[in-house]
Design a protein around this ligand. Structure first.
Ligand code: PLP
Length: 381
């Protein structure tokens, strides 16, 4: 820090210079986040100083947080679920597994996840010193329930189902996992960080939430398809007992205990999530999901005209294209300003049809994709 500060104009000149280096969402096809809704931004600003880590000081904001938990609970058929707002799916997954571990006295605990799981489970393995067993997937990239069962032993404390996988947007067979977890007396945590604000609004019905009696906890993030501000995740437990396993005493705060992983927490995020959920209602979210799914169908139809197939028929608004020389194609597209991403297994080009994507933007992208794949360059490459 310099001894004397700059005036606001100079500070913003510095900030603007760096902001200009950020990629604008209008070229981003690789992100599960998007522009927050304007009402969320407004609410976020109003509550900018509120700290949920000290809820006695911010009683109104603490009430808002619980209202958001109830709204998410209602969406996921868990009206009585207990929970709190996290920084996102990673924190939610860590805390859910931590609660499962604290619930059982197992010396060398393990959990079983799909090999398609988000990398937060690798962090969990390291942080909590829990073995993370990876089950194989079926031909449409859902976790294989037989493979899951074969990995369960006396040290297994939880199964994980994913509702909206990060790479393929696929939904695991949560109903079967629910049955399996009840049969073996295990926690079943459903990672719906992305899918939680998508799956309830799809035309096709999926059993994936607290309506299944084996589901013990879920994550569902407002800062992804919920149109909230970053950072906002939701962590919900079916039973209050489970969240109690996360309790720490907080001697010098206005509350006596805390369940969250982090201490100081954004009240602004809670206000933003409440504002947008209350403003949009389920009809509003349905319109957004319809919009994203129409873009998804449009993309698939247009790439098929170019002879390109998706790796799986999209289930949510994630499309993965089966392309030869995918990294070369992505690089060429990047030079034209498009940011795409890649999947691990099978390898493909991953495109997420978020609300910031428009049909015009998509058509411009497809036109560039066509140029890249028909260029002599790619054939020589
Ligand atoms: N779980 C799933 C299914 C995700 O897609 C993601 C992120 O994309 C996460 C967890 C991690 O969420 P976050 O980045 O908010 O911590």
């Amino acid at each position: 820090m310099e001894k004397f500060g700059l005036d606001e104009y100079e500070v913003f000149a510095l900030l603007d210079e760096l902001y200009a280096k950020d990629t604008q969402y209008k070229q981003v096809l690789s992100s599960m986040c998007t522009h927050p809704h304007s009402i969320a931004v407004k609410a976020h600003q109003r509550f900018i100083s509120a700290n949920l880590g000290d809820p006695g000081l911010f009683a109104g904001t603490a009430e808002i947080e619980q209202k958001v938990v109830r709204l998410i609970g209602k969406l996921l058929h868990g009206e009585d679920a207990a929970g709190y707002l996290t920084t996102g799916g990673t924190e939610g997954n860590i805390q859910a597994v931590r609660a499962a571990r604290n619930n059982r006295n197992v010396k060398k605990p393990n959990i079983v996840v799909s090999e398609s799981a988000h990398f937060s489970f690798d962090k969990i393995s390291d942080l909590l010193q829990i073995e993370v067993r990876k089950a194989s997937v079926d031909d449409v990239l859902r976790v294989d329930v037989e493979s899951v069962e074969s990995l369960i032993d006396k040290n297994t404390i939880a199964l994980i189902g994913i509702a909206g996988t990060t790479e393929f947007g696929q939904i695991d067979p949560i109903k079967e996992l629910s049955g399996l977890s009840e049969e073996h007396g295990l926690f079943l945590h459903v990672d719906a960080a992305f899918g939680g604000f998508v799956i309830p609004f799809l035309d096709k019905h999926y059993d994936f939430d607290f309506s299944l009696s084996g589901v013990t906890s879920m994550v569902c993030d407002p800062h992804k398809m919920g149109f909230g501000t970053i950072p906002t995740g939701g962590l919900l437990f079916r039973e209050n007992d489970s969240i109690e396993r996360l309790k720490t005493e907080t001697p010098y705060l206005t509350s006596r205990t805390q369940h969250s992983l982090v201490g100081t927490r954004s009240g602004a995020s809670a206000a933003a999530a409440y504002a947008v959920m209350t403003h949009l209602g389920t009809e509003g979210y349905k319109k957004i999901v319809d919009y994203c799914m129409n873009l998804t169908s449009h993309l698939v139809t247009r790439v098929r005209e170019l002879g390109i197939e998706p790796v799986i028929e999209p289930v949510t608004n994630v499309v993965v294209l089966n392309l030869p020389e995918v990294n070369y194609v992505r690089e060429k597209l990047y030079q034209k300003g498009w940011v795409t991403s890649i999947t691990r297994k099978p390898v493909g080009m991953r495109l997420i049809m978020m609300p910031h994507v428009t049909e015009t933007m998509l058509d411009a992208f497809i036109s560039d994709l066509e140029k890249v794949i028909t260029s002599t360059d790619i054939r020589k490459h």
